[in-house]
Design a protein around this ligand. Structure first.
Ligand SMILES: Cc1cc2nc3c(=O)[nH]c(=O)nc-3n(C[C@H](O)[C@H](O)[C@H](O)COP(=O)(O)OP(=O)(O)OC[C@H]3O[C@@H](n4cnc5c(N)ncnc54)[C@H](O)[C@@H]3O)c2cc1C
Length: 716
């Protein structure tokens, strides 16, 4: 309410200004005509004139109405350079701060809630460099001051910073105008004060704060490189370490733009995704789904039966799938595309030299302008007494080890309630193993909303998984030829015998053994990079799992573009990695797919939001498929159709999500999705119906009541 009152007061005051045409009193001609009379007033009552002038100036700037330039000239004409400058400097800064506060109080929350996502880079820039930006804007008189006041009010800049930077930034311009006011007789228009030459000098001054930064950047780079001998020439434009998603895409981009690039891989081309991650796990999930469908054939009107299979054949299919995809990532393909591929272990010797120990033991060194680190991640292993030597498996070892078995291990313990743990648990349970999934926290898939975790738990349980949340793994014991995992739950220890233990508690970036520590590249949980994906060495970049924060193949490929383009062309233009719209899917059944915010994150970040849910059990195609579990959940700002985030749980959720990913990326709202024809009967219609649910909630009730009356009247 208070906000509305303030807004009304401002609007009325501004309207009065224009309606009463008060601006007519603030023209150069009027000032010149009244100069003598005003001077006489000032002689007679100096304090009163100063007070009226000061309050008038503050009011003018606070209301953002034109006339400040004339008032500033008047200050020079009436009070002289010193008093005039002091008066205008404080009055203009106070007035500007009042306008800034009014804009902040009345508009900021609304604007930030509506455009929060898109304003994020602006907010971050202001948090980092707000004073510099403001100083530059204040110095250049071509930026209307009232616009600067109102716009800065919408950002998170601190009021005190705004005040003092404004006062200092406007000082020079104030002196110029006040001084010009002392020569009022010689001025015929405002253009006489602000000549193009003067504006040019102001613009040069505005660039001044950035020059030390640029010089500091140069000095920092020089200092970082100081201890290394710069090669006189380079063998390569780029060397890429690791041939997973990030490394393959980086090297491909480099070769496409005709750079000389070497890609070094110590293990298998294709990295984790092809050999140990996405590909084998999805192939396994498919076999498990088919087994599940056979076991539940009665749901489709067929005779229920127990699936018959040889586990060795299931594993052989998984390896056949890997083999079928392998050529896409092979040495031959990449060589054909112009990438020089080396099998071997890469080590960074200095910022421009990579040493490669080839598989046959030969060692060679390559000098290079830029390096892209794409060394990926590996399974994190908890410090669990007894785990070493227990023959535990991880995603790195499981595919080879299980391929040797005729039978699936009878009892499998899966440590970890994240996406990988969930996918593997459900798949092995569906293939007939007795699976215990152990999670320390209170729920599985903890990044997702509670309702998603609940659905995932129910789905896994229905597949035969025993989900043990709030269970802490304490140690592994080996007795009488049998392994046990000892869990702690509710104050008691529980012993669980198992035949195979799969550790899936997360993945840690590979940070050692290839020179990062030797040349001082900063690491935290990942390689530390700036927003351009550069390390502390401006010519060494990182992409993919090793750089984080996401551990997904498509994000690795996305980052690879930024790393390689910045590495090759950064001296002309650099691009900040853009993480605004990142989708991901957990391939349990039903799938869980998400892009943008979920409810939990929106709450934690204090982002105002509305939730619209469309349940799959209402969708014709889902009913026909007996796949009615799940929902489409869309978050939007209150009253707006802009999409803040979407979670889909259901059959093919990963595919359905693509429509929302596109919409978010290109700023399309729910109205656009609702206005798009979707084929009947498809699962994708769920997206449209979710948009329809939102529309129903926002139907124009008053208009509908009027239309109802109109129809009643038409019926007579
Ligand atoms: C079981 C499982 C399932 C997954 N499912 C999905 C999924 O469905 N969707 C998804 O998006 N993501 C999934 N992921 C994650 C995905 O696999 C990774 O995000 C992706 O592989 C990261 O690619 P990268 O290029 O960063 O690293 P990697 O693929 O790990 O490649 C890094 C490569 O660098 C090599 N290397 C390391 N050090 C050196 C060195 N010094 N010299 C030479 N070579 C070196 C390594 O040998 C490796 O091949 C899954 C992961 C796992 C484990």
């Amino acid at each position: 309410m208070k906000r509305i009152i303030i807004a009304i007061v401002f609007v009325l005051a501004i309207a009065a200004w224009f309606l009463l045409d008060l601006g007519q009193y603030l023209t150069l001609d009027m000032l010149k005509a009244q100069q003598r009379q005003l001077g006489a007033f000032y002689q007679a009552k100096p304090l009163a004139v100063i007070a009226v002038f000061f309050i008038g100036y503050v009011t003018l700037t606070a209301l953002s109405v034109p006339g400040a330039a004339i008032m500033t000239l008047a200050a020079g004409a009436l009070f002289g350079v010193v008093t005039g400058t002091v008066l205008v400097s404080f009055a203009s800064s106070i007035g500007a701060t009042l306008a800034f506060l009014a804009s902040r109080y009345v508009l900021r929350d609304g604007v930030q809630a509506r455009f929060g996502g898109r304003l994020k880079p602006v907010n971050e820039g202001i948090a980092r460099d707000g004073a510099f930006y403001l100083f530059s804007l204040r110095l250049v008189p071509v930026f209307p001051f009232f616009a600067v006041n109102l716009l800065l009010g919408l950002t998170p800049i601190r009021t005190w910073t705004f005040y003092w930077v404004s006062q200092i930034g406007m000082l020079l311009g104030t002196v110029v105008y006040v001084n010009a006011g002392t020569q009022l007789a010689r001025i015929n228009s405002l253009g006489d004060v602000a000549s193009p030459g003067l504006i040019g000098s102001f613009a040069a001054l505005a660039a001044l704060p950035w020059i030390p930064r640029w010089i500091m950047g140069m000095i920092r780079a020089r200092r970082i490189y100081a201890r290394w001998k710069h090669p006189r020439r380079f063998d390569r434009n780029m060397v890429v370490i690791g041939a997973g998603a990030a490394g393959l895409v980086s090297s491909l981009i480099a070769a496409t733009v005709k750079a000389r690039v070497t890609l070094v891989e110590a293990n298998k081309m294709g990295g984790d995704c092809l050999n140990y991650g996405c590909v084998p796990s999805k192939a396994l999930i498919k076999s498990a789904r088919v087994a599940h469908a056979i076991r539940h054939a009665d749901s489709y009107g067929l005779a229920q039966t127990t699936p018959q299979f040889h586990f060795r054949a299931v594993m052989a299919r998984i390896h056949a799938v890997i083999a079928a995809i392998e050529p896409h990532d092979s040495v031959e393909r990449y060589t054909g595309l112009g990438v020089h591929v080396l099998n071997g272990h890469a080590r960074i010797i200095d910022p421009w030299t990579v040493e490669i120990t080839r598989d046959d033991g030969n060692v060679e060194q390559l000098t290079t302008r830029a390096i892209v680190i794409a060394a990926g991640a590996e399974p994190a292993i908890p410090a669990l007494p007894g785990l070493d030597g227990s023959g535990y498996l991880t995603s790195d070892t499981l595919w080879e080890r299980f391929a040797q078995l005729d039978e699936l291990p009878r009892r499998i313990a899966v440590l970890g309630g994240g996406p990988i743990g969930c996918e593997l648990s459900q798949a092995f349970a569906r293939l007939g193993a007795q699976v215990f999934q152990i999670e320390l926290g209170p729920r599985i898939m903890p990044r997702e909303d509670d309702d998603v975790s609940d659905l995932a738990r129910a789905a896994l349980t229905a597949s035969g998984v025993t989900v043990l949340t709030d269970h802490e793994a304490r140690r592994i014991e080996h007795r009488d030829g049998q392994y046990h995992i000892v869990l702690h739950h509710g104050g008691h220890d529980i012993e669980l015998p198992y035949d195979a233990l799969i550790v899936a508690v997360g993945r840690k970036p590979r940070l050692s053994g290839y020179g990062l520590e030797d040349i001082g590249i900063e690491t935290d949980r990942t390689v530390v990079t700036d927003e351009y994906l550069a390390t502390i060495y401006p010519n060494i970049f990182a992409a993919g799992d090793v750089a984080g924060p996401y551990q997904l193949t498509h994000v690795a490929a996305h980052q690879a573009w930024y790393a390689s383009v910045n590495a090759l062309f950064g001296q002309f233009r650099k691009f900040k990695a853009d993480y605004r719209v990142i989708p991901w899917t957990t391939f349990i059944d039903p799938e869980v797919a998400r892009v943008g915010l979920n409810e939990r994150e929106a709450r934690e970040r204090g982002i105002a939001h509305e939730v619209t849910v469309y349940p799959m059990h209402e969708l014709d195609r889902a009913i026909a498929e007996s796949a009615t579990q799940g929902f489409v959940k869309v978050l939007t700002p209150p009253g707006k159709d802009r999409i803040l985030g979407v979670t889909i749980v259901g059959d093919h959720a990963g595919e359905l999500l693509a429509e929302y990913v596109l919409a978010m990326k290109h700023g399309l709202g729910l109205n656009k999705i609702l206005g798009t024809i979707h084929t009947y009967p498809t699962m994708a219609e769920a997206n449209k119906f979710a948009a329809g649910e939102w529309k129903k909630k926002h139907a124009p009730q008053t208009l509908l009541r009027l239309v109802e009356r109109y129809h009643t009247w038409r019926r007579g």
